[in-house]
Design a protein around this ligand. Sequence first.
Ligand SMILES: *Cc1c(COP(=O)(O)O)cnc(C)c1O
Length: 225
Amino acid sequence: MVAKNIHILEERISSACLSAKRNRNEVKLIAVSKTYPVSEIENAFKFGLVDFGENRAQELNQKSELFDGAVNWHFIGHLQTNKVKYVIKPAEYIHSVESKKLADEINLQAEKIGKIQKILLEFNASDEESKYGLKNEYDLFELAEYCKGKSNIKLAGLMTMAPFTDDQKIIRQTFSKVRELKEKMNNEGFELNELSMGMTNDFEIAIEEGSTMLRIGTAIFGDRG
Ligand SMILES: *Cc1c(COP(=O)(O)O)cnc(C)c1O
C-alpha cells in the first residue's frame, strides 16, 4: 500500500518538476507520519523516504527514539514553548516558528545541547481560518531580524499552508505570495533557501511556485480518518 502510494506520488512529483522546469532534487519530500505508527514509517523508509514530519512534540520525540540518525525529522505543527524541549534534539527543522518567545526558547534549548537549530518562519498568507503563523510582512521581517541575533538558530526559510479551498487560483496566490516574500527578504540580506509548502491536495501548484519542501501525509499513508 505505502510502496504503491510512494511510487504514484513520485511520478506526480517528477512530472510536476518537469513541467515547472525544475530539478527533482531541488524538492524534498517530507512524509507526514503524524498519527501513524512507527511500522508505517519503517515501511516508507524501506521504500526510500528519509524525511518525516510530525505535528505533536511528544509524538515526534517518542518516534524518533526508535530510529538512529538515518531519519531526518521535521516538526511541522504548532509548537508551545514548554514543548520545545521534546523536539530540539530530534528535529532537523522546526517549520512553524511564529513568535519571539518561541524563538527565544528554541535558541535557549539548542544552546543547552550545543546545536544550531534550523528553523522556518510560518507565514499565514490567507489570513483566515488558521490561527497560526505571522499575518503580515512587517511582523515577518521583524521576527526574521530578531532571529539573526540568536546564535543557536539558523533561519533557513518560510513555511505556509494554503487555505482550505478547491479554488486553484487562491492556492496559487498564497504560494506565490510567500515565494515573493522570500525573494524580497533575500534581496534585503537574508539567506533563505527553503520554502515549505504543498500538501496532498496542492503540492503540484506548490512545486510550480518554487516549493523546496513538500509536506505530504495522506497521499503516502492514506486517510488519517
Ligand atoms: C497534516 C499536515 C500536512 C499533511 O497533510 P496531507 O493533506 O495529509 O498531505 C502538512 N502540513 C501540516 C502542517 C500538517 O499538519
